[in-house]
Write a protein that binds this ligand. Structure first.
Ligand code: IPM
Ligand code: MG
Length: 374
């Protein structure tokens, strides 16, 4: 197939990990006879430096004209002053909103060889295989923000949190459909004992599941309890659905189960549309880690989160399930064979560089094809 992929490398380690993701996509294109046309554009701090705008119009236009977007990370100390008028993160939030990507899918699995990289006991980690579906274009992230002066008493800052029935319904449907394909359990996370948005969240989730997904087992958890249960009984979760900020926080927490935030991929998806006679979903695929400016440019960054994101890109935006599985298997085997960056390499062992880990994954991809043909 032919596909157009927009690359938004961003800041810090973003460009290094995206470069490795592109190598994997090129390897996939070569092996399976696809043609992926990649075009880069600016976002975040890099875009502020070049244009003054964290999300230039050309970047949005390129993404809209593409089948999928591979993104690195945004942000860094250079743009991090509290009073800054423009911030790199506005670029990321802006592109999610502009493309209508309301469902952020973040899978968390534990590789048996990496259990030691997590501070949790190995017995707690056995069987962990969960997906967080985070609402991505609503809630407190996108509500009105303001500051007013209180004269001698300082200032008051306001962030408004809103959710509508429709915003909740559509993300719960994504999570429900995913749970049906998996182990049939959905956990909805809110703070319904305190927040009105959470009370609406719980009501709508309860109704959508009862009407449209009666086969699912549904559990409603308060976010504080969920934060605890994620560490106490992580293997009991299948699909978790939650609002924007709770999802942001819980996925960083959940990454500790995997051993490193550098391992985890994500897909930000919108409604699917008919494109060239096929139901297709434009999505942004990105590792869940940040720009890690402290290790940028040193070849230390873990490329696995980005490479695993390319597998999600192949699956959700290009409909290439075989290729997606091949990338996932290659990642699995490369990790099992010791292709470990410093964040996950056991103490006293030599860590591999960003590009060496990608080399190992690409090598596995080639091997996988040979054994599949044999
Ligand atoms: C994430 C990040 C972003 C978010 C930041 C960089 C704005 O933490 O993708 O989880 O909060 O959504
Ligand atoms: Mg986050």
């Amino acid at each position: 197939m032919r596909a157009k992929i927009a690359l938004l490398p961003g800041d810090g380690i973003g460009p290094e990990v995206v470069a490795q993701g592109v190598r994997v996509l090129e390897a996939v294109a070569e092996r399976w006879g696809h043609s992926f046309e990649t075009t880069s554009a600016l976002i975040g701090g890099a875009a502020i430096d070049a244009t003054g705008n964290p999300l230039p119009d050309e970047t949005v236009a390129l993404c809209r004209a593409s089948d999928a977007v591979l993104l690195g990370a945004v942000g860094g100390p250079a743009w991090d002053t509290p009073r800054a008028k423009v911030r790199p993160e506005q670029g990321l939030l802006g592109i999610r909103k502009a493309l209508g990507l309301f469902a952020n899918v973040r899978p968390v699995t534990v590789h048996e060889k990496l259990a030691a990289a997590s501070p949790l006991k190995a017995e707690k980690l056995a069987g962990v295989d969960l997906v967080v579906v985070r609402e991505l274009t609503g809630g407190i992230y996108f509500g009105e923000k303001s500051r007013t002066s209180l004269g001698d008493d300082g200032e008051r800052a306001v962030d408004v949190c809103t959710y509508s029935t429709q915003e909740i319904e559509r993300v719960v449907r994504v999570a429900g459909a995913l749970a049906l394909e998996r182990r049939g359990k959905l956990t909805s996370v809110d703070k319904a004992n305190v927040l009105e948005t959470s009370r609406l969240w719980r009501e709508v989730t309860h109704r959508v599941v009862a009407e449209e997904f009666p086969q699912l087992e549904i559990e409603h958890l308060l976010v504080d309890a969920c934060a605890m249960h994620l560490l106490q009984r992580p293997a009991s979760f299948d699909v978790i659905v939650t609002e924007n900020m709770f999802g942001d926080i819980l996925t960083d927490e959940a990454s500790v189960l995997a051993g490193s935030i550098g391992l985890l991929p994500s897909a930000s998806l919108g409604a699917s549309v008919l494109r060239d006679g096929r139901q297709a979903t434009l999505g942004i695929y990105e590792p869940i880690h940040g720009s890690a400016p402290d290790i940028a440019g040193k070849g230390l960054a873990n490329p696995v989160g980005t490479i695993a994101s390319t597998a999600m890109l192949l699956r959700y935006s290009l409909g290439l399930e075989t290729e997606a599985l091949a990338v996932e298997h290659a990642v699995h085997h490369a990790l099992a064979n010791g292709a470990l960056t410093a964040d996950i390499a056991p103490k006293g062992t030599a860590a591999k560089s960003t590009s060496e880990v990608a080399d190992a994954i690409i090598g596995q991809l080639a091997k996988g094809l040979v054994s599949a043909r044999a």
